[in-house]
Design a protein around this ligand. Structure first.
Ligand code: NAD
Ligand code: IPM
Ligand code: MN
Length: 430
């Protein structure tokens, strides 16, 4: 039979509670599907700090790298909040993601019919939502340099971080997103802040009375601004300039006199737009992040696949989770070009409910399903777990965060036991 080694990192707070349940689910599913798992449990986060003095011990990272997949609970807690940066649990998590080179973070937000009443949004808004956030995970402001605390020209103390993306980083996450959208409803929305971030190239000087063809790699509103920046004028026919402006859709590249890529979170947008030519079957749109945050609660069903940078993806996925009823429902898969993937719920260590058997283990159990599907290619076993989760919900079992009237309130352990029963009860597919 098949055998896989799984590095298990319970972490802090509710981490050990949800991991214990999820590990049992993985073990039982494996035994029913003819898959054997060797688990190696390693310290990580605050508990590793207490034990070894660092948030990600070398042994933990090398074990993770040598395994077939990594399962993480959650890290962090009040106790370590005031530690210097290199001694924070969160730093350990960033080091782990960087060390495993898992640049693509898939965070699906699906409103299950069983949980429509748990959403804080109206039934007709939440019902049927099924979207995927593709979050860039190893770049952007989380890792950009320069960063730190310093002094400005007036002698005042300043804190600074840098949002920086290399073209290869945007290109590869864009490709993952297009591939993801291709397998879904073929609609990709790239979320950025191209209207504000990173003012790029110097305005181009143009000769009077020359007919220019200008290719603009931006949507219409940004286009006008870009032309204004370039020519110092708003109109498209002024002072003898004749402009032939190509829209984004028509933009091919090559025959233009000027290509404006001036306002450059544009850079993100430019790269995603360039990669789009490889995926003509996927419909690409762009949205500013503030609007996206609003649209997610106004009409979330407009979204299929969303691709965005590290920090916007962090924020938007927490927001999207609440549409589904609770952050305790959202799993994630973090994948690189090769090597083991990292699988974890999107929520944190929930110190406010830690140790009370109140945590919802379903986000972690669903992360185990993603581990099987995306990490090991074991789709049948993954399906078994997903079905078991639906089954437990169908029977009315609810942890506090997704509880609604008429259901059975259970703790973390009991929810886990119900999922285990459902994993066991399923008749294997013929
Ligand atoms: P959090 O996600 O831990 O908790 C936010 C709220 O959601 C809390 O009220 C919590 O009780 C609730 N919640 C979260 N998961 C739940 C679950 N499974 N079931 C029921 N309720 C749940 O976010 P926070 O409070 O901002 O952060 C707490 C700590 O976790 C911080 O140290 C933070 O840095 C860390 N954190 C870690 C991760 C991670 O390990 N990937 C993610 C986010 C935050
Ligand atoms: C997450 C968390 C982490 C992040 C923190 C704990 C570093 O919020 O996994 O979403 O910001 O990526
Ligand atoms: Mn987060």
């Amino acid at each position: 039979s098949k055998r896989y080694t799984i590095t298990v990192l319970p972490g802090d707070g509710i981490g050990p509670e949800i991991i214990s349940v999820a590990k049992d689910v993985l073990k039982l599913t494996g035994s029913l599907e003819g898959i054997e798992f060797g688990f190696q449990e390693m310290p990580m986060g605050g508990s590793a700090l207490d034990l070894t003095g660092v948030p990600l011990p070398d042994e933990t990272l090398s074990a993770a790298k040598q395994s077939d997949a990594v399962l993480l609970g959650a890290i962090g807690g009040y106790k370590w909040d005031n530690n210097p940066k290199h001694l924070k649990p969160e730093t350990g998590l960033l080091q782990l993601r960087e060390g495993l080179k898992v640049f693509a973070n898939l965070r699906p937000a699906t409103v299950l019919p069983q949980l429509v009443d748990s959403s804080t949004l109206k039934k007709e808004v939440a019902e049927g939502v099924d979207l995927m956030v593709v979050r860039e995970l190893t770049g952007g402001i989380y890792f950009g340099k320069p960063r730190g605390i310093g002094t400005n020209e007036h002698g005042e103390e300043i804190g600074f971080n840098t949002e920086v993306y290399a073209s290869y980083e945007v290109d590869r996450i864009a490709r993952v997103a297009f591939e993801t959208a291709r397998k879904r409803n073929k609609k990709l929305c790239s979320v950025d802040k191209a209207n504000v971030l990173e003012k790029g190239e110097e305005p181009v000087k143009v000769q009077e009375n020359k007919e220019l063809t200008i290719g603009v790699m931006s949507p219409h509103t940004a286009q006008v601004v870009a032309i204004e920046d370039t020519l110092g004028h708003k109109d498209e026919n002024v002072n003898g300039f004749t402009l032939k402006v190509k829209s984004v859709d028509g933009f091919q590249g090559g025959e233009e006199d000027i290509i404006i890529i001036s306002t450059a979170s544009m850079f993100w947008r430019k790269r995603v737009t360039a990669i789009a030519s490889e995926y003509p079957d996927v419909e690409l749109s762009h949205m500013y992040v503030d609007n996206a945050a609003m649209q997610l609660v106004r009409n979330p069903k407009q979204f299929d696949t969303i691709v965005t940078n590290n920090i916007f993806g962090d924020i938007l996925s927490d927001e999207a989770s609440m549409i589904t009823g609770s952050i305790g429902m959202l799993p994630s898969a973090s994948l690189g070009a090769s090597g083991p993937g990292l699988f974890e719920p999107i929520h944190g260590s929930a110190p406010d409910i830690a140790g009370q058997d109140k945590a919802n283990p379903l986000a972690t159990i669903l992360s185990v399903a993603m581990l099987l599907k995306y990490g090991l290619g074991e789709e049948i076993a993954a399906k078994r777990i997903e079905t078991a989760v639906l089954d437990a919900l169908n029977k009315g079992f609810r942890t506090g965060d997704i509880y609604s009237a008429g259901n059975k309130l259970v703790g973390c352990k009991e929810m886990g036991e119900e999922v285990l029963k459902s994993v066991d009860a399923q008749v294997p597919a013929a």
